[in-house]
Design a protein around this ligand. Structure first.
Ligand SMILES: [Zn+2]
Length: 142
């Protein structure tokens, strides 16, 4: 098994690639753990809206609350899955020697940004631009 020559070199600010890989793998494990926890909770959970006959009346507030929690955990789950995918992607890019390069403009991503979010694939400028364009779900009219 051969490795590319770029893999052994250090990143621009002296961060070893191995170190970065460790961080990403750690993060990925943590995300997977959380996903497993969430997944287990959701599988064992019975549908909460089913009327219980041992109580005088079903507590509507409780049902609403449970549904909200459920939505939150779905959203969290989605986010975690997305994060896991990104981290796995980052590991792949690391192997390919493409890590730390903005996939939008091809410029190197700032080391501080990679430190904070090792899975990012775009530089601050492109991320900003992407978020701005994503924020418009269509032109608003009155
Ligand atoms: Zn960019």
């Amino acid at each position: 098994m051969e490795t590319g020559p770029s893999l052994t070199s250090d990143m621009s600010d002296g961060t070893a690639v191995d170190e970065v890989r460790d961080r990403i793998e750690q993060e990925l494990r943590r995300v997977m753990d959380r996903l497993r926890q969430l997944g287990g909770a959701m599988v064992s959970e019975e549908f909460p809206a089913a009327p219980a006959d041992d109580n005088q009346s079903p507590d509507l507030l409780d049902v609403v609350q449970v549904q909200e929690e459920r939505e939150v955990s779905f959203a969290t789950r989605d986010l975690l899955v997305e994060r896991a995918n990104r981290l796995a992607e980052a590991l792949k890019r690391l192997r390919e020697g493409a890590y730390g390069i903005c996939e939008e403009c091809g410029e190197p991503i700032a080391p501080a940004r990679l430190q904070a979010m090792p899975e990012v694939t775009t530089c601050v400028r492109c991320q900003d631009w992407l978020e701005r364009t994503a924020e418009r779900p269509g032109v608003r009219r009155r």
